[in-house]
Design a protein around this ligand. Structure first.
Ligand SMILES: Cc1cc2c(cc1C)[n+](S(=O)(=O)[O-])c1c(=O)[nH]c(=O)nc-1n2C[C@H](O)[C@H](O)[C@H](O)COP(=O)(O)O
Length: 501
C-alpha cells in the first residue's frame, strides 16, 4: 500500500497461503483477503470451519451463510488486506463427489415447472434436487419432528360445513394485514439462509411477493443483506421485519431503527427461540461436510452443536422477557407483533402489553417438539377473546404446515387475519427460482378462488367459525404421522430430455 493506503500491488494466492494456521489465518472472500486470526475465537460458527479454509478461497462456504456486508460490518478495517489476484490462487481440486454427480442427474431429469400442481410438488422436487445441506436445513424439525408433522396434520382434523346457494359468481379474497391491502390472506414468512437453496437468496421471494401483492417478512438471519432485500422491493411494496433480539441491545436498536427508516411496516419479535431447537437432519448433514474433518483433527472437542442454525444464532438473547416490551415500544413506531406465541394466556398478556398482534406458531416445528400446531392454538384462543370482547384488539396470525388454500380458509374461519407460509416457497425457489415462487403463489390463488366458491363464501368477511367443524382438532394421534405427502405426490415424471427420445 502507498502512503494514502491505496493498494499498489494485488496480493497473490501464495501470499495468502502462507497464513494457513490458527496463529496467522488469512482467508479470501469475494476476491479480497482478510486477516481473521484474532476473530477465530469469536466466530459464532466456531474456529474450525474458518481454519478449514485458512490460506485459501472461502467464498463458496461463506456465501450462503453470511450477508455480503458481514465483513464490512464486523471485521475491523485493519484486517481487510486488499484485493487478491485470483489468477494466482490455486483453486481447490474438486474431489469427485458421487452424491453431487447423482444430484446433477436428478436435476437434468426433474419435472418441468408446469408439472407442479400444488405446494407439495415443490417439496417433492426440491427433496431430489437440492444440495443435501440445504434440504437438511430447510426440511428439518426439532427432535423427532412430531410437531413439524402435526402442523400439517392438524389441518386434516378440521372439516368444512359448506353453505349452498350463495351467489359466488364474484369471489374476492383480498384482505388487509396491519393496514396493508393484500391479494390473499397469507404472507411469505421469515426463513433463514435463503442462499443455501438458491444463490440469489431472499431477493427471489421479494420479487415473487411483489408480483402477487403479498407481504414478505424479512428474516434477521437472511443470506442477503437487509438492504439488498429492501432494495429488491418495488415502490409501494410492503415488507415486515422478523427480529431475533440480540444480547447487545444497541445492535438490536440499530437494526430496528434502520428497518423503520427503510419503510418496514411491521416488527415481528421472535419469542419462541431463546435457544434454537435441535434439528438433527441439519446436524447430520453438517457433520458430513464439516464435522468429519473437524472430528478427525480435533478429537472430542468437536463442535457438538447442530449445523448451520446454531452457528448463526449464538447472539440471540435468552433473557428476553415481557419487561422488554416497553423498550421496543419506545424505539419504534412500527406495529409490534410477537411471533411464536403458543397459548391463550400469552395472547392475553400480549394484548395487555399493548402489542399490535401475535403469530401463533411453533417455528415450523423447529423448536419445542410436542408444541401444539398454530391452528390448534388459534381454536383455543379465539373463543376466549370473543368471550371478553377482545377479538378485534389485536391481529392474530398463525403459521406452520400451511400447504393448501383450504388451510388458509380454515385459519381465517377460526379468526386469523392471515397465515405465514415458509418451506413451500423455499422449495419452489430452490427448485425453480422466481418462476417457481410465482407459480406456487398463483396455485394458492387458484385454489383459494375455487375453495371459497365451494364453501359458499364470496369474500373474506363471509368466512366464520360456523363453516368449520373442529371437534377432532385436539385429538393427537400417538403415533408419528407418516408425512408421505411430500414423498409420493408427484410421479417420477419424465423430464424434458427423455420426452425428446
Ligand atoms: C423452514 C424454516 C423456518 C424458519 C427458519 C428457517 C427455516 C429453513 N428460521 S430459523 O433458521 O431460525 O429456524 C427462522 C428464523 O430465522 N426466524 C424466525 O422467526 N422463524 C424461522 N423459521 C420459522 C418460520 O418463520 C415459520 O414459523 C415456519 O417456517 C412456518 O412453517 P412452514 O415452514 O411449515 O410453513
Amino acid at each position: 500500500h502507498d502512503s494514502n493506503n491505496t493498494q499498489k500491488v494485488k496480493l497473490t494466492g501464495e501470499d495468502v497461503a502462507k497464513h494457513d494456521n490458527k496463529d496467522s489465518c488469512w482467508v479470501i472472500v469475494h476476491g479480497r483477503a482478510y486477516d481473521v486470526t484474532e476473530f477465530l475465537p469469536e466466530h459464532p460458527g466456531g474456529s474450525k470451519i474458518i481454519l478449514k479454509y485458512a490460506g485459501k478461497d472461502a467464498t463458496e462456504e461463506f456465501e450462503p451463510i453470511h450477508p455480503p456486508d458481514t465483513l464490512d460490518k464486523y471485521l475491523d478495517k485493519s484486517k481487510h488486506l486488499g484485493e487478491v489476484d485470483m489468477n494466482t490462487v490455486q483453486q481447490e481440486e474438486k474431489e469427485f463427489d458421487p452424491e453431487e454427480e447423482e444430484r446433477q442427474k436428478r436435476i437434468e431429469s426433474m419435472p418441468i415447472l408446469e408439472q407442479c400442481y400444488n405446494l407439495m410438488d415443490f417439496e417433492a422436487v426440491a427433496r431430489k434436487t437440492m444440495k443435501k445441506t440445504a434440504w437438511a436445513y430447510y426440511s428439518s424439525g426439532a427432535d423427532d419432528e412430531i410437531t413439524m408433522r402435526e402442523n400439517h396434520n392438524a389441518f386434516h382434523k378440521i372439516w368444512f360445513r359448506p353453505r349452498i346457494l350463495v351467489d359466488v359468481e364474484k369471489v374476492d379474497f383480498s384482505t388487509t394485514m396491519l393496514g396493508t391491502k393484500v391479494d390473499i390472506p397469507f404472507y411469505v414468512t421469515a426463513t433463514a439462509l435463503g442462499k443455501l437453496g438458491n444463490p440469489e437468496g431472499e431477493v427471489i421471494l421479494t420479487r415473487g411477493a411483489k408480483k402477487h401483492n403479498v407481504i414478505q417478512m424479512i428474516p434477521t438471519l437472511a443470506s442477503c443483506s437487509f438492504d439488498e432485500i429492501v432494495d429488491a422491493a418495488e415502490d409501494g411494496q410492503v415488507q415486515w421485519l422478523q427480529l431475533y433480539v440480540n444480547k447487545d441491545r444497541e445492535v438490536t436498536r440499530r437494526i430496528v431503527e434502520h428497518a423503520e427508516k427503510r419503510g418496514c411496516k411491521g416488527l415481528f419479535i421472535t419469542v419462541d427461540a431463546p435457544q434454537l431447537g435441535r434439528r438433527e437432519k441439519d446436524m447430520r448433514s453438517k457433520f458430513s461436510d464439516v464435522g468429519s474433518n473437524v472430528q478427525s483433527s480435533s478429537g472430542n472437542d468437536v463442535d457438538r452443536s447442530q449445523g448451520a442454525a446454531r452457528a448463526i444464532s449464538s447472539f440471540i438473547d435468552p433473557s428476553l422477557s415481557w419487561k422488554d416490551i416497553p423498550w421496543f415500544q419506545s424505539i419504534t413506531k412500527m406495529p409490534i407483533l410477537l411471533k411464536g406465541v403458543q397459548c391463550v394466556e400469552d395472547v392475553i398478556r400480549a394484548i395487555e402489553a399493548g402489542v399490535q398482534g401475535v403469530v401463533l406458531s411453533n417455528h415450523g416445528g423447529r423448536q419445542l417438539d410436542f408444541a401444539r400446531s398454530g391452528i390448534e392454538v388459534l381454536a383455543e384462543v379465539m373463543p376466549v377473546l370473543r368471550e371478553r370482547g377482545w377479538q378485534d384488539r389485536i391481529e392474530i396470525y398463525i403459521d406452520g404446515g400451511v400447504r393448501r388454500a383450504t388451510d388458509i380458509i380454515k385459519a381465517v374461519c377460526l379468526g386469523a387475519k392471515g397465515v405465514g407460509i415458509g418451506r413451500p416457497f423455499l422449495y419452489a425457489m430452490s427448485a425453480y427460482g422466481l418462476p417457481g415462487v410465482d407459480r406456487a403463489i398463483q396455485l394458492l390463488k387458484d385454489e383459494m378462488e375455487m375453495n371459497m366458491r365451494l364453501i359458499g363464501a364470496s369474500k373474506i368477511s363471509d368466512l366464520n367459525p360456523t363453516l368449520v367443524d373442529t371437534r377432532g382438532l385436539s385429538m393427537h394421534t400417538a403415533m408419528v404421522p407418516e408425512d408421505t405427502l411430500g414423498r409420493n405426490v408427484y410421479d417420477p415424471l419424465i423430464g424434458p430430455k427423455e420426452k425428446a427420445k
